[in-house]
Ligand binder design. Structure first.
Ligand SMILES: Cc1cc2nc3c(=O)[nH]c(=O)nc-3n(C[C@H](O)[C@H](O)[C@H](O)COP(=O)(O)OP(=O)(O)OC[C@H]3O[C@@H](n4cnc5c(N)ncnc54)[C@H](O)[C@@H]3O)c2cc1C
Length: 443
């Protein structure tokens, strides 16, 4: 349902009164900027861009203004697509039906830091949150490799990252303590939900409610070091990645890449060219054990670096980032598929045979590794055909080439039917008739 020019003009007038001249724009450049996310990482999605164009963009500066902005949009019958930093890589933040993009970047206050919890507004960058936690002698349980992304976007569109070996995903139930959400109603207000009541809004792309403010768990701060190792072959690195991930105290992150992917990362003497790279964020007490594992597998320790900047640098070379660096390093078009399961290590050669020229980037987790399988792109059909081959060798996949909600779909549909009866929140993201495979998110 697209909004008419009259509806947009009426909404613009109301939002300008509410947020000021600089709190709203209908300029083409601003609308275009607000209508793209990281979807270009997928050649299948990139072929379809632009998938939508906002009619109007609003920049509420705090949680209350987020609620007022949503209420105004609903009164004018205009759809609302929330946007954090716009780094989501499935097109989840693209306004498929135009309407209003609710840009959260100005609502970025850390409201409170208490013992074991932190309250922040939706647009607050994860790095700002981690810093605020550290200043209070604590740390957040997990943050994505896109450390500049927003807490609202990470909770709504992301899943895991640095900290996931110990804490799993942000859907696990321990991460979010409470949410202040906004429903699509003409007199929308902040609704405070705690514990299990808040969970249905996590990883559902804002389709059942907009997150305006989040209360997340903190744990006591730990000292961390950045640990770099290299190996002659990727099989050597994968032979110890799980054991390094199982060290105690649990590492915050353990990533490894094939030499070709490692070669595409920014130049760093600790990531020598032509060798497989393993990078980890370790508790200093585990350096010795990790070094012994590396050397026992024929590798060598390249460096151990101290300080928060060193560790965040390793975070920013994890998850999708090595694939992004690979894509930037060549004129060839690469796609990737998110994969998981013990077969990534135990049947590595078969995993690499699923697509011609396939290469794995891998992350240790407590139960089984997850990874990104990249390969030169031929066609969407070839990509989808590989999903069956992955399944046949025991690899679970999640397709990054679609924008549909892929977590608790039926629950989300039922909830959205009550919180968004007119279907105004991020329309087009709840699958009605699934026509493309989605797979399972971080299963
Ligand atoms: C190179 C690269 C690396 C990545 N690494 C990781 C990673 O390690 N872990 C991971 O989990 N993800 C990763 N991602 C995906 C993404 O960057 C993260 O999930 C990020 O935290 C999303 O935050 P954002 O602020 O950019 O959200 P956006 O992209 O702006 O939004 C994400 C989704 O949430 C919705 N949304 C945004 N704000 C709100 C809100 N306040 N209320 C309701 N809905 C909202 C949007 O509509 C959209 O559907 C990566 C992406 C790229 C391109």
């Amino acid at each position: 349902m697209t909004a008419s020019p009259d509806q947009i003009a009426a909404l613009e007038a109301e939002l300008t009164a509410l947020l000021g001249e600089r709190g709203v724009t209908t300029e083409l450049r601003g609308r275009e900027k607000a209508s793209l996310d990281g979807a270009k990482m997928s050649p299948i999605l990139a072929e379809q861009l632009p998938l939508g164009l906002a009619d109007i963009v609003a920049f509420p500066a705090n949680a209350e203004q987020i609620a007022q902005t949503v209420a105004a949009a609903v009164r004018h019958g205009v759809s609302v697509t929330p946007r954090g930093k716009g780094t989501g890589n499935y097109g989840q933040a693209i306004p498929l039906e135009g309407g209003l993009v609710l840009d959260m970047s100005k609502a970025r206050a850390v409201v409170e830091v208490g013992d074991g919890y932190l309250v922040a507004e939706a647009g607050t960058p994860m790095v700002v949150i981690e810093q605020a936690a550290r200043e209070a002698g604590q740390q957040i349980l997990m943050y994505p490799s896109t450390a500049q992304s927003s807490i609202g976007g990470f909770l709504s569109g992301g899943s895991g990252g640095t900290g996931s070996i110990k804490h799993g995903s942000n859907m696990s139930g321990d991460y979010v303590l409470a949410l202040d959400v906004v429903y699509a109603s003409p007199d929308a207000q902040l609704v405070h939900l705690e514990g299990a009541d808040a969970q249905p809004y996590v990883h559902t792309y804002g389709t059942a409610g907009i997150i305006a403010r989040a209360t997340i768990a903190l744990e006591p701060m730990q000292e961390w070091v950045g640990f770099y190792a290299s190996f002659p072959s990727f099989a050597d690195a994968t032979s110890v990645i799980r054991q390094i991930g199982w060290l105690e105290p649990t590492p915050r992150l353990v990533s490894a890449d094939l030499p070709r992917i490692a070669d595409a990362l920014p130049d760093d003497p600790a990531i020598p060219k032509g060798r497989a790279s393993l990078r980890a964020i370790l508790d200093p007490a585990t350096i010795e054990a990790a070094s012994a594992l590396v050397e026992g597998a024929g590798g060598r320790v390249e460096d151990v670096r101290e300080g928060p900047q060193a560790t965040v640098k390793i975070s920013m070379l994890s998850y999708n980032h090595p694939i992004e660096w690979l894509q930037k390093s060549t004129d060839e078009t690469y796609f990737h598929v998110e994969v998981s399961g013990p077969a990534l290590v135990e049947r590595l050669d078969e995993v690499h045979q699923v697509y011609p020229g396939a290469m794995l980037h891998i992350e240790a987790q407590r139960d089984h590794p997850i990874g990104m399988l990249a390969a030169p792109y031929v066609s969407a059909e070839e990509v989808y055909a590989g999903y069956d081959r992955l399944t046949a060798i025991g690899v679970r996949f999640h397709s990054p080439h679609q924008w549909f909600v892929d977590h608790e779909v039926e629950r989300t549909k039922a909830l959205a039917a009550t919180t968004d009866p007119e279907g105004l929140l991020n329309p087009g993201k709840i699958p009605l008739n699934e026509t493309v495979p989605t797979g399972v998110k971080w299963a």
